[in-house]
Ligand binder design. Structure first.
Ligand code: 13P
Length: 254
């Protein structure tokens, strides 16, 4: 179960949306309209929006994240961006292992593990995504799938670094579909995720942050975000609409 009094994390994953001009407008509105300081807000923006986003959010409670990084420090890797580069321009978080990267860009558990180690070693916090697809859910192998993803990703991660990893449970069938797991099922899975990390001898279950992502909106946010084993949300579509995003943030008011 989550640690009492730990602030919830509301992370927006903008995916490939918002040009720099659009990003500027959205961030400025968020800064003026957000009155809730009881949750941690993270905006995971496209690479091109990062310099502007970090500038606009200086001395605010909003942190900036990237949506990917490469695992090498530098070199002849055309088109890639390293964790070290992200750190230098003020990025605090990076999403690694999102299902869209696994599906459309063939990212493997092995690459994800290397990216996690590289991001942590560069001083970034990692939002590590896991989740089963519809077929795996229907075959009742959700738990097995998640456990394998966690074990592969945390391979060789130093015990002292685990606190810098946030695990985001994002069932692939729930992303952008309007569907979500029922609340008992969701809470149970988030507890299994906590216990898996604990059983690897790495960290106390309550110290681990577990987010849920997949079709969160202003109507279902409260029910999801108040579950005992859920420490926050990773929000896609609804984070692009400022009014909707603010309503989700306000669900976390203490
Ligand atoms: P939606 O909130 O649009 O379902 O996307 C979730 C997601 O993929 C966040 O990373």
């Amino acid at each position: 179960m989550k640690e009492k009094n730990k602030d919830l994390i509301i992370a927006g994953n903008w995916k490939m949306n918002k040009t720099p001009k659009e990003a500027e407008k959205l961030i400025n509105k968020l800064k003026t309209k957000n009155k809730n300081s009881a949750c941690k807000i993270v905006l995971c923006v496209p690479f091109i929006d990062i310099p502007l986003a970090t500038d606009l959010t200086q001395n605010t409670l909003i942190s900036i994240g990237a949506q990917n990084c490469y695992f090498k420090k530098n070199g002849a890797y055309t088109g890639e961006i390293s964790a070290e580069m992200l750190k230098e321009i003020g990025v605090e978080y990076v999403i690694i292992g999102h299902s869209e990267r696994r599906i459309y860009f063939n990212e493997t558990d092995e690459q994800i593990n290397k990216k996690i180690n590289s991001a942590l070693n560069s001083g970034l916090k990692v939002i590590f995504c896991i989740g089963e697809n519809l077929q795996e859910r229907e075959n009742n192998i959700t738990e097995e799938k998640l456990i394998i993803q966690i074990k592969n990703a945390l391979h060789k991660v130093d015990k002292s670094q685990i606190e810098n990893i946030i695990i985001a449970y994002e069932p692939v069938w729930a992303i952008g579909s309007g569907k979500t797991p029922n609340k008992d099922e969701l809470d149970h899975i988030c507890q299994i995720i906590r216990n898996t990390v604990f059983n690897m001898g790495k960290i106390l279950p309550e110290k681990i942050s577990v987010l849920y992502g997949g079709s969160i909106n202003s109507k279902n946010a409260k029910e999801i975000l108040t579950l005992p084993n859920v420490d926050g949300g990773l929000i896609g579509g609804a984070s692009l609409d400022i009014e909707e995003f603010l309503k989700i943030i306000n669900c976390t008011a203490k």
